[in-house]
Design a protein around this ligand. Structure first.
Ligand SMILES: Cc1cc2nc3c(=O)[nH]c(=O)nc-3n(C[C@H](O)[C@H](O)[C@H](O)COP(=O)(O)OP(=O)(O)OC[C@H]3O[C@@H](n4cnc5c(N)ncnc54)[C@H](O)[C@@H]3O)c2cc1C
Length: 388
């Protein structure tokens, strides 16, 4: 298949590049380039700028704050955001919940939530995993019992990224224990200010607070906040997970991190010579370059080739697997190039040319082969598709 951009696509890419150059705040760009994760205020500020063009949720219909962009334009936009580098649109809102609402939501849910998700007026987090129910998600035990027009929710979620920063959570809850476990799950939208919710921090190996435990103690949730039919939440979850996995490939991020690694290696010297002159490192760069290119092409095939898309969810799993391997290899390479000095943690307002965030990023990158479905589980999905 032809992977070259058409004249219109090239023009669109130039338009996006010019927009980002003009509108992305320099401080946000520099934080990300040095390896810091985006802060909530960075994501909100940048998403609202993108939203002016419908680019915060480019694949959504215009009436909900999107831009009705086709797959190719969407990918071009995403690549340019990564390359800037700029924060991505908040993925729980635009990449996961939004598409689920578009497919399964009521008109009232779409009208109320989608514009707020696109503008980041509401920050959603994802309440799927529970202690003992991660890979085997369908075994989840958080219960929702019907009480008139409400559900009463009791149970616990874990590893809930950004719950402490969020306004709402989309959660999978058990509404029946009678049928197969997948057939007793419902998908609820829950306001985190509702009485009975407790959020406790989990500090990860990078020393940061991204993750949480979320406890539900007799939490009252209106039935109107259920997405899809009762006991059909697994359909929403499966649809969402395929979107989550293909998003996690983060192809543009790999390209941007490889470019940054090259830049660092040409700046940092050892014995009076830049690290980039080392033949072993040169070979490593060449190999990673080829791997990133192969991932780019695979990503294009997935998005543009209808036959490849029919192979979902296996194709999304391949992208997730390979993308994560590369992200981890690049994070390790960056930490290595940075050397022992990089182990010392410094804030952005510390010494400007130090690269403190790269080691914490390396540690956190280990989690990429766990979240969104572990690498072992992705390999299982691929194997089942091949073997049948
Ligand atoms: C940084 C981070 C952020 C996260 N954010 C969120 C979030 O926002 N919301 C949310 O709901 N969840 C989140 N998660 C949870 C994540 O989805 C789960 O950790 C993941 O699905 C794995 O589940 P588990 O931790 O229970 O491990 P387990 O499922 O217990 O797996 C343990 C080990 O057994 C292996 N294993 C399990 N089953 C199989 C199998 N069938 N075949 C082969 N090997 C198997 C796994 O690969 C793994 O190595 C996050 C996790 C991390 C680490």
């Amino acid at each position: 298949m032809n992977l070259d951009f058409s004249a219109e696509q090239r023009a669109f890419r130039d338009e996006v590049r010019a927009f980002i150059r003009e509108r992305l705040p320099a401080e946000i760009r520099e934080r990300l380039r040095l390896g810091h994760p985006p802060r909530k205020q960075d994501t909100v500020a940048w998403q609202r700028i993108l939203h002016e063009r419908g680019w915060a949720a480019p694949h959504w219909p215009r009436r909900y704050g999107g831009a009705d962009l086709g797959l190719a334009e969407r990918l071009i936009l995403l690549d340019e955001i990564y390359r800037a580098p700029a924060p991505l649109p908040q993925a729980f809102n635009t990449g996961m919940l939004g598409p689920v609402l578009l497919k399964y939501g009521t008109e009232a849910q779409k009208d109320h939530f989608l514009p707020r998700l696109a503008r980041l007026d509401l920050w959603f987090c994802q309440g799927f995993s529970e202690p003992g129910s991660g890979s085997d998600l369908a075994s989840l035990r958080t219960r929702a019992e019907r009480d008139g027009d409400d559900y009463i929710v009791n149970g616990q979620k874990i590893w809930t990224t950004t719950a402490h920063l969020a306004d709402w959570v989309f959660a999978l809850v058990r509404t029946s224990t009678e049928a197969r476990k997948q057939e007793g799950i419902s998908f609820l939208l829950i306001d985190l200010k509702t009485p009975g919710i407790t959020i406790r921090p989990i500090v990860s190996i990078d020393g940061e607070h991204h993750l949480n435990e979320v406890f539900f103690d007799n939490v009252r949730v209106s039935v109107a906040n259920r997405v899809g039919d009762e006991n059909r939440g697994w359909d929403c979850a499966k649809y969402l997970l395929v979107n989550e996995r293909s998003g996690i490939a983060n192809v543009g991020l790999c390209r941007e991190r490889l470019d940054y690694a090259r830049e660092l290696a040409s700046r940092i010297t050892e014995g009076g010579r830049p690290l980039a002159a080392d033949p072993k490192l040169k070979a490593e760069f060449a190999e990673l370059d080829a791997e990133v290119r192969a991932l780019e092409v695979t990503n294009w095939r997935f998005l543009l080739d209808p036959q490849a898309q029919q192979a979902q969810p296996a194709f999304a799993s391949v992208l997730k697997l390979k993308g994560v391997e590369l992200q981890q290899a690049l994070a390790a390479l960056l930490a290595r190039i940075d050397g022992p000095a990089g182990l010392e943690r410094r804030g952005i307002h510390g010494v400007p040319e130090r690269h403190g965030p790269l080691s914490p990023r390396y540690f956190y990158s280990r989690a990429a082969s766990i979240y969104g479905g572990t690498s072992e589980v992705q390999k299982d999905i691929v194997a089942k598709t091949i073997v049948g």
